[in-house]
Design a protein around this ligand. Structure first.
Ligand SMILES: Nc1ncnc2c1ncn2[C@@H]1O[C@H](COP(=O)(O)OP(=O)(O)OP(=O)(O)O)[C@@H](O)[C@H]1O
Ligand SMILES: [Mg+2]
Length: 354
């Protein structure tokens, strides 16, 4: 049986993590929840369930270790039924379930949808809570009220303090009670570490490899291993009802080959959604671009623009240096900007705020 502290200590001893006082100060919050969950008497027929512990809203800048700490917590929960899910993916599931219930004639669809969730989990661990969409904004109030009322404990990571959720959103006043609810049901804690560990892990390493040979692949393998710990899952994004799959994904980091992302019909909306979901993209085997693969080249330009705007880190292997990737045929002029962006995205502090 390992508590959150023990797991954190172990990772430090194994050299996987470095000591961080700000991260350490979060551990008691997770431990408090863990203890309450593991010591709670099982709900009996005549016994009222004890008050569930307050959840935790962990927020702060990128790369501070919020997701890593939440994963430690989830790992420590033993057989407590917990679901760790990206907030955006969760909301998409909820919308699908609501749609299905409504199409079957259920009038107040939120109730059965919430019940299906609360029947199966005790803890919901959301990664990257953010609300940008008005349909989400108008739904979360009722949904979360039902989750909390059923005793579900919610922990979440976010880049924003609760008061800034859905900032400048349409009809925001209707959303404010949700913020209040979060603040009552969860302890709000800022992870104020000075270090962006993701940036740290990348700052020593090369991020643009040419040619894309076996040596480049080995180095990229090592970066992927370091960023993900070798864990990988499929990331599914839904853009306007269509599904896009990234087959190798872990905690904001995705790895794909050029033709997977630029070899078939994806448009600007798709690339924006991909950029939005990622902090780091590893893109391998970018070929020389020319008249022969004009469509691929165009998509590549759109992809790089989306990554650049969203400040996603790019690690790439390519057939040539950025300036030499696309040297003849229609579109070379537009490609100059892409080449310049590719260059800029290689700098050590690229993607850092300020
Ligand atoms: N104390 C640490 N020592 C070494 N590496 C760390 C430490 N904390 C986190 N990391 C690593 O840094 C990377 C970023 O951490 P993590 O993904 O948890 O950040 P985050 O706060 O969730 O960022 P974001 O807001 O972008 O989602 C991960 O690879 C993680 O394993
Ligand atoms: Mg995170």
């Amino acid at each position: 049986m390992a508590n959150v502290n023990t797991i954190y200590e172990r990772r430090i001893a194994e050299g996987e993590l470095s000591e961080d006082a700000a991260q350490r100060s979060v551990l008691p919050e997770f431990e408090r929840i863990r203890e309450a969950l593991l010591t709670a008497p099982k709900r009996g027929l005549f016994r009222r369930a004890p008050e569930p512990p307050k959840g935790l809203y962990l927020w702060g800048g990128v790369g501070r270790g919020k997701s890593m700490l939440m994963d430690l917590f989830v790992e420590s929960l033993e057989d407590v039924p917990v679901r760790r899910v990206h907030f955006h993916a969760f909301m998409q599931e909820v919308h699908t379930a609501l749609h299905k219930a409504r199409s079957e004639g259920v009038e107040d669809a939120v109730k059965p949808v919430a019940k299906a969730i609360t029947d199966s989990v005790k803890v919901l661990a959301f990664d990257e809570m953010q609300i940008t969409d008005i349909t989400d904004a108008m739904l979360v109030g009722r949904l979360f009220e039902m989750l909390f009322d059923a005793g579900v404990v919610v922990v979440t990571t976010s880049n924003r303090v609760p008061d800034e959720l859905y900032k400048n959103g349409l009809n925001r006043q209707l959303f404010l009670p949700f913020i209040e609810m979060l603040k009552t049901r969860m302890v709000v804690h800022e992870l104020a570490s000075d270090t962006d560990y993701r940036q740290d892990r990348l700052s020593g390493s090369k991020v643009y490899f040419t040619p894309p040979d076996a040596a480049a692949r080995d180095e990229i393998d090592a970066i992927w291993q370091d960023l993900t710990g070798g864990r990988s899952e499929v990331l599914e994004l839904v853009v306007k009802g269509r599904r896009i799959e990234l087959s190798r994904y872990n905690n904001g980091v995705a790895r794909a080959e050029f033709y997977q992302l630029c070899g078939h019909m994806l448009g600007p909306g798709d690339y924006l959604a991909i950029a939005d979901a990622l902090r780091v993209l590893i893109l391998e085997d970018i070929p020389r671009l020319s008249r022969q693969n004009f469509n691929e080249a165009k998509r590549f330009v759109t992809l790089i623009d989306a990554l650049y705007e969203a400040k996603v880190r790019l690690i790439a292997s390519a057939a040539a240096e950025p300036e030499m990737l696309y040297v003849e045929g229609e579109g070379t002029f537009e490609f100059e900007r892409t080449a310049s962006r590719l260059r800029e995205m290689q700098s050590i502090d690229w993607g850092q705020p300020g």
